[in-house]
Write a protein that binds this ligand. Sequence first.
Ligand SMILES: [Zn+2]
Length: 307
Amino acid sequence: MTRLKVDWTGAAATECVWCGRPLDARARRLTGRTICGSCGTGTTDPLPDPESLDAAYGDWYWPSSGKRFGLVGDRMLRRSRASMAARIDEVAPPGPVLDVGAGEGTLIDALKARGREARGLERLPSREDIVDLSLPEVEQDDFAAIIFWHSLEHLPDSGPVMQAAAERLRPGGVAFVAVPDLSSPQARFFGDRWIHLDLPRHLVHLTTASLTAGMEANGLEVTATSRTRGGQNLIGWLDGFVAMLPGGLNLYQALRRKQARRIPLNPVQRLLSITAGVLLAPVALVCAAVEVACRRSGTIYVEGRRV
Ligand SMILES: [Zn+2]
């Protein structure tokens, strides 16, 4: 496994991107990120400049085909979005829904199929109901739900964006957030090698405590949390275990379609990565199950209602 390298450029982080307080002497400086001494959130450090971010996403993250994983993976993605849409429709009051980081619009489609008015925000939008705006630039302020499905961690201004979300929800409206949990056992066990650090694409590294405190500080009452709904708990363990083996194996990249891979894998490496993943799956399953049972999983899902 190659060690974590800071292979991007940008200004040094001086304040926590989540709580806005200075990264002072109490801050913990680690490779590629600095942990806030006040709220415990990690800020990617240095803050990648636009050129570094463009290079970090390249065209592998969202290939032009729109398909990222194999046939089974893309189908599972659609099914999980349908389940998420059902939950949103059940919990949020009537009214329009905004998906922040809408990707190719799978969740928007699932919401519309349930009769919801839905729109999205995304860089390089591919359709008319998705626009390239940041949330503070959105003027509409009567949303019944605003969704951050593994997108908050990609935003350079997550703190102000959460405030903007609270301001753009109607009373009783709900923010739905799923993010990796920096306070999870898998984050601690794998450290620099944890897949969900995903530097420098992830710009903020939240913990359960810092996420819920930040939402409540903006007037969002936490009404539900889940350790399983955010998904990606098992892959956190499995990818980490496979990456500890020799031979440059990478399970996550092996599961992606060829044109959607960041790191090229030769056919032998791909086969070995997947074989190792299958063999290590029982161990990873136990680790993920123990995490969930202890309510400390690799990702956290939170619903916060505007009071
Ligand atoms: Zn902070």
